[in-house]
Design a protein around this ligand. Structure first.
Ligand SMILES: [Zn+2]
Ligand SMILES: [Zn+2]
Ligand SMILES: [Zn+2]
Length: 246
């Protein structure tokens, strides 16, 4: 399978409107600190699935030369994870969307005009799309009641995407997340800052160690990190357009 990080930013993206910190200035100069909002493209030889629909979806599709996709999995109903779905207007009709009922029913209030085809899923029950096996697991992202992460398997290869989460991930989920070849982890801020509903980079790298991840990449990054080229010497920061082939 192939994964592309279409957007590695937090809800506001980098540069943040009105901010002139070093990361935002690097982003304005076109450096890798420039971060669109969260979406991940998952590809197999049978198709393409999007994890979340970033508010920057149009730009992401144009950059990656993408057009039709085979489905969307939504992790939770936060603006930065679903609102770009409107970009399918007059581009792709009746997109197949997947998620737990709470998330689909909430997002439906905003996207019903596009008449997506809803597929209601259960936590911890695997399902197959584009020849890959997907499993949704509960994470910790208050006040969202049931935020999810996604496990993707292809034969012996396993990728875990945490989705937006704090460090208090339920034990049942941790058990399933073990031993990934790649962990894509929410790490919104550097270690000196703590935010209850997201992991900081220290908590994310500790999770990678606990899960025995072969490789970890940090995403959902805010402008509070140093510019990418400096910070990435010390931390496995992702960047927009980064590709993983497993
Ligand atoms: Zn988010
Ligand atoms: Zn800034
Ligand atoms: Zn969120």
């Amino acid at each position: 399978m192939k994964l592309t990080l279409l957007g590695t930013g937090d809800a506001v993206g980098t540069p943040k409107i009105g901010c002139h910190c070093p990361a935002c200035e690097d982003a304005r100069l076109g450096g890798k600190s420039q971060r669109l909002r969260f979406s991940i493209l998952v590809e197999s030889d049978k198709g393409k699935i999007l994890i979340d629909t970033s508010p920057d979806l149009r730009q992401q599709f144009l950059r990656q030369n993408l057009s039709l996709i085979d489905g969307v999995i939504w992790t939770h109903g936060h603006y930065d994870h679903y609102s770009g779905f409107g970009e399918f207007y007059r581009v792709q009709r009746k997109v197949d969307v997947y998620g737990i009922p709470e998330t689909l029913d909430y997002i439906n209030q905003y996207v019903s005009f596009l008449e997506p085809r809803y597929h209601y899923l259960k936590l911890y029950e695997s399902f197959e799309l584009i020849g890959l096996q997907f499993t949704l697991f509960k994470v910790d992202h208050p006040p969202v009641e049931v935020p999810i992460g996604v496990i993707i398997r292809e034969k012996d290869t396993k990728v875990v995407i945490t989705g937006d989460t704090g460090p208090e991930i339920p034990e049942a989920s941790l058990e399933l997340m073990k031993d990934p070849d790649l962990l894509i982890a929410d790490a919104i801020v550097p270690p000196h800052i703590r935010i209850k509903k997201h992991m900081n980079s220290e908590e994310a790298t500790a999770l990678a160690e606990k899960l025995n991840a072969k490789e970890v990449v940090l995403t959902h990054l805010s402008h509070l990190f140093r510019p990418h080229n400096i910070e990435s010497i010390f931390l496995p920061l992702g960047y927009d357009g980064q590709i993983f082939e497993l």
